[in-house]
Design a protein around this ligand. Structure first.
Ligand code: SF4
Length: 220
């Protein structure tokens, strides 16, 4: 397939493939005083009060609404994508990388760490409508910019074990369900519009995985 999408600012990669996806937003308060031993599950994106963002900044939105499907196939682009390893999606404006039980277990195995130590050193609890959800920490890297805690020397240091949120970017429902969404995201991700077309089946699999992704929560 031919890719006609104009892509600004392509930056040559160094071999790493970094896909970290933060979220901007306002979160309702959760209950205080609970402990990290009280892990529970909730569907990702089940809080309608969380905003869907503009993608004009390098770091994006966090919230993927349920039910995103690629219905209007004829009007959709070819979804050409090739990561340039620019790490734009791992740094910039503040954001969140939500963890599921599977994400957490994968990272614990990869880093050979106990859960309590991992959460203390690499995670933070974020108040949401459902309670406190587990997200990766970030580190300040500039005046108003932040890096993912696992971004080291421009590369993802846990790449083989990176969370689902990262491994499915940019094939998120809010990006791929409309041509406009895909084109707008190209301003944030120079990998969009490069390389060959990603099969529609693979994108649907990413969307399904995202729909089934459940953040780790404290129970309220
Ligand atoms: S090309 Fe896109 S997916 Fe790859 S590191 Fe850059 S912003 Fe992230």
């Amino acid at each position: 397939m031919t890719c006609n999408l104009g892509v600004p600012g392509s930056i040559p990669g160094d071999g790493s493939r970094i896909r970290w996806r933060p979220i901007l937003g306002r979160f309702p308060s959760g209950q205080r005083g609970q402990t990290v031993n009280l892990l529970a599950y909730a569907f990702e994106g089940s809080n309608p009060s969380l905003p869907i963002t503009s993608s004009l900044s390098r770091r994006f939105f966090l919230f993927q609404p349920f039910g995103g499907t690629m219905n209007d196939q004829d009007s959709l682009p070819d979804f050409c994508f090739e990561c340039t390893a620019c790490s734009f999606c791992c740094s910039g404006a503040p954001g969140y990388v939500w963890l599921s039980r599977e994400d957490l277990d994968r990272l614990l195995t990869y880093l050979e760490l106990e859960q309590a130590a991992f959460i203390q050193n690499y995670c933070r609890w974020i108040k949401t409508g459902e309670g406190k959800a587990l997200s990766l920490q970030e580190k300040k890297s500039g005046e108003a910019t932040y890096d993912c805690i696992f971004l080291k020397h421009g590369k993802c240091s846990v790449y083989p074990a990176r969370p689902l949120q990262c491994r499915t970017y940019p094939f998120w429902s809010e990006i791929v369900t409309t041509k406009k969404g895909w084109e707008e995201e190209s301003h944030s991700c120079p990998g969009i519009g490069r390389g060959s077309s990603v099969p529609r089946k693979q994108i649907e699999d990413y969307l399904t995985a995202r729909r089934n992704h459940r953040r780790l929560y404290y129970p309220l």
